[in-house]
Ligand binder design. Structure first.
Ligand SMILES: [Zn+2]
Length: 475
């Protein structure tokens, strides 16, 4: 089944064919470390992680770089406001960011910092000057947009349109839309020595330089939030293709949609920003990941109680489905003969698995794929539950493993716990409780349910049986 991706460059779906399969080189723009990461960042990180993990499930090996912008106007301003040295500010937020990524189970291979790559940046800018694409003016260096004829190709903006021009150093520029590659030093600002005098890199140049260093001259996937298409990615593209002499520098440009809080775009001005660490604390990583990966990455993602509760419910359903699968696996022997009912169930399960892969092969449509995850849990509770087929239990287990490899909902904090022993103990308690319920001893059975809930075990009573899930027990 071929994978199709929507490419921002050209704005159409294309068949996914990386430059050198099975390797996929992926670069995503990381944070500017002057403040806490918020759930908008989390959305971007987890969305691209879902894409990466699905590609890995399909046999690709993804090399992933996500940079850290650790020198920028915002950082310098924060230092002025707080009186803290800028280095202390960035160190603190970098530590938090890396910790959050780890918690979210997002693991880029490289998280390069701009300030560790100043010499690489200077060489790259020198190359652009040498090739005639950039010029020095009053100690700063600018990219000459007029010299690069494909400028505007990614965002669809043309040279004669009015862009969000950088007002700063306007008089230095040949054209108002030329963008800065190297900024000359201003009093009180951090700086590095360069052939053009002391200064610091502009924002866009870092991504071209660090992606080239770690991924080479061609990238398969470049990702970021949709607000980065212009000017950031347009500028990255222009300077990379100009300096490296390759086209296309990036084969597929992918952009994530905005995060919406109660119907409004999350933004500083609306004061509705939710820090990522608060969301992780409140929802837990599995529910947070399931929520983010319940919507197409290009669509706006809603943060509201109804949607979060659906993800919470799905998480519980997945865990209880896994207990059923484990039980069935341990009971069932190898299938020598399956009943007509079970053969039919196998068809249902196959079509769920197929639907899931069709959805994700179609531009990583997580919004569609999640429906099949729900169908799968329904299938386990409604069908596998009553089946004795070993084949069915095995395929269910394999598909659950695939789901976990993409959504990463199983937690691993209880490593070292003897799962089998734990499960048989809880099963025993539930069995005793069922006897109590049969004998209408509800007070005692309710007490057992409440006590179990206190230690993190949720019991769900159905008409003819009870199920339990434990948030502490996942793998
Ligand atoms: Zn970037």
């Amino acid at each position: 089944m071929p994978i199709k991706v929507f490419n921002t460059l050209g704005r159409r779906k294309e068949e996914f064919e990386p430059n050198n399969p099975p390797i996929v080189k992926m670069y995503t723009c990381g944070p500017t470390v002057y403040d806490h990461s918020h759930i908008g960042h989390g959305r971007m990180y987890v969305s691209f992680d879902g894409i990466k993990k699905y590609l890995e499930l399909r046999g690709y090996k993804v090399i992933h770089v996500q940079n850290i912008t650790d020198i920028d106007d915002k950082i310098i301003n924060k230092s002025r406001e707080t009186g803290e040295p800028w280095e202390a500010i960035v160190d603190m937020y970098i530590e938090e960011y890396l910790e959050l990524l780890k918690e979210l189970k997002v693991r880029p291979h490289y998280n390069p910092r701009v300030t560790s790559h100043i010499q690489d940046i200077i060489s790259f800018v020198s190359k652009l000057i040498k090739k005639g694409y950039a010029y020095e003016s009053n100690g700063s260096v600018y990219f000459n947009v007029d010299k690069y004829k494909f400028y505007g190709e990614l965002s669809g903006r043309l040279n004669n349109e009015l862009w969000g021009q950088e007002e700063e150093f306007l008089s230095d520029k040949k054209h108002p839309y030329d963008f800065v590659l190297w900024k000359r030093r201003k009093p009180g600002e951090p700086y590095w020595e360069s052939p053009w005098g002391p200064g610091r890199p502009g924002w866009h140049i870092e991504c071209s330089v660090m992606s080239t260093r770690y991924l080479g001259e061609r990238i398969d996937i470049h990702g970021g939030g949709e607000d980065l298409v212009f000017p950031h990615h347009e500028n990255e593209k222009a300077q990379s293709e100009a300096a490296l002499g390759v086209r296309p520098w990036v084969k597929y440009w992918l952009h994530t949609g905005y995060l919406m809080i109660k119907g409004e775009k999350m933004s500083k001005s609306l004061k509705n920003i939710i820090p990522l660490k608060d969301a992780i604390k409140e929802l837990g990583v599995p529910v947070l990941r399931l929520w983010i990966l319940s919507t197409h990455y290009r669509s706006h993602l809603e943060y509201n109680e109804t949607i979060i509760n659906q993800s919470r419910r799905l998480y519980e359903r997945l865990l209880s489905a896994e207990s059923i699968i484990e039980r069935k696996l341990s009971e069932a022997s190898q299938s020598h003969y399956d009943s007509d009912e079970d053969v039919n169930r196998m068809k249902i399960l196959s079509s769920i698995i197929l639907g899931f892969h069709e959805a994700l092969s179609d531009d990583f449509n997580f919004g569609e794929a999640i429906k099949y995850v729900w169908d799968f849990t329904k299938f386990i509770h409604g069908e596998l539950q009553y089946s004795e087929s070993g084949a069915l239990a095995l395929l269910s287990k394999e598909f659950a493993d695939q789901l976990n490899s993409v959504y990463s909902y199983r937690e691993t904090e209880t490593r070292g716990v003897d799962y089998e022993f734990f499960r048989s103990l809880v099963d025993l308690i539930i069995e005793v409780r069922n006897e109590l319920r049969k004998n209408k001893m509800y007070k005692l059975s309710d007490m057992i349910r409440d006590k179990l809930s206190e230690v993190g075990i949720t019991v769900m009573d159905y008409k003819d049986h009870s199920e339990w899930v434990s948030k502490k027990l996942k793998e």
